[in-house]
Ligand binder design. Sequence first.
Ligand code: SF4
Ligand code: SF4
Length: 408
Amino acid sequence: MTTSTVDTPEDFEFNDAFRLSLEEVEQGRRIRACLQCAACSGICPFGFLMDFPPHKMISAMRAGMFERVMGMDSLWLCVSCYACAQVCPAQIPLTEGLMTRAKEEMVLAGNIPVELQDALENSQRYGNALGEPPRRRADWAAGLEPAVPILGKIKRSVDVLWFVGDYASFHPRGRQASQALATVLNRLGVDYGILGPEENSDGDSQRLAGERGLFEMLAEKNGRVFEKYEFQEILTTDPHAFNALKNEYPALGISYPVRHYSQFLATHLEQLQTMLGGAISARVAFHDPCYLGRANGIYDEPRQLLAAVPGLELVEMLHTRETSICCGGGGGGMWLDGFRWEKARFRLSEVRVQEALAVGADILAVTCPYEMPRFEDAAKTVEGAEHLVVKDIAELLADALVEAEVSS
Ligand code: SF4
Ligand code: SF4
């Protein structure tokens, strides 16, 4: 989106500590440029339920009443989806500059839902928000042939360090998608290795949920592990990990070339097309994840991969590409489902499943491990969605490879 910038007036008085903390950073200072047009709150998927959606939050700041914002817990409805930042005509980085900073204040004040607190404590103690034992990180790969190389065991350099991530390592559906991606990488002959028990959470969702200190601790742990090994680039399963490694880790001195797996596989499209023989006859809708799409501008590569699968017909949902709606898992949303249900009595994942049904999709394709369990749960509660299959793109590619083998 192209917009003109607005000069920042110097005479606003945001007379509270929060204003002072915002003023420390350029993105915070831009909040002075707000026009009070309310586009941010209008586009926000939870704006109609927040006591202080973005434009009202800024208004409260101007009125010196920010403590009222801090006294409300509806800020935790924010899923850090970047929709507000994208439409803001004053180009204010609302997701990072306002909402995340406000969440940091809420965390400091102890105004934090219990289930989020549990996830943050798990992240600190176990290196993952699910509270799983770190030694089980590579269990998803047990028994696969050929074996998934673990860098600490193979003791050699590789081309690609595959940063698998929490949900793709521990969640049952994420583990299946990881096995599928391993199949695809093996068939392409990629020289890769994983960190296994040495990997920690990327920390990005913890950062966006207001725990920057925890994010930095996790990032530094990962950074120290990266230094132990030789590799050319990092491949991530999870768009949140991709965002962290690309946009946040470099400020901590942890800087490596990084690609999301959809970008990586798209550069192997010609090779893939020669191997994807068997047809999967279905209509497929792709859900653009916030941290691949709006946050990082990656829209085409997942669609190129889907278009390469013989028999798949790609259909677009009402909200697609830049206008995609969050699955509800961002910004700590994975750990706030109970709180959100109490507050809102509706789920964004169900909206998305309804949109997939409206365009006649048989398959809802995803590229983020947060999304599979969310959409699969939603498909159980949305009327008429019983037939809707939720698949990671890596799973669809692996299925097409198997189909090709069977038909050859
Ligand atoms: S969209 Fe931007 S300019 Fe408009 S009210 Fe929101 S923050 Fe202010
Ligand atoms: S980041 Fe998304 S959920 Fe949060 S305030 Fe902006 S539009 Fe709303």
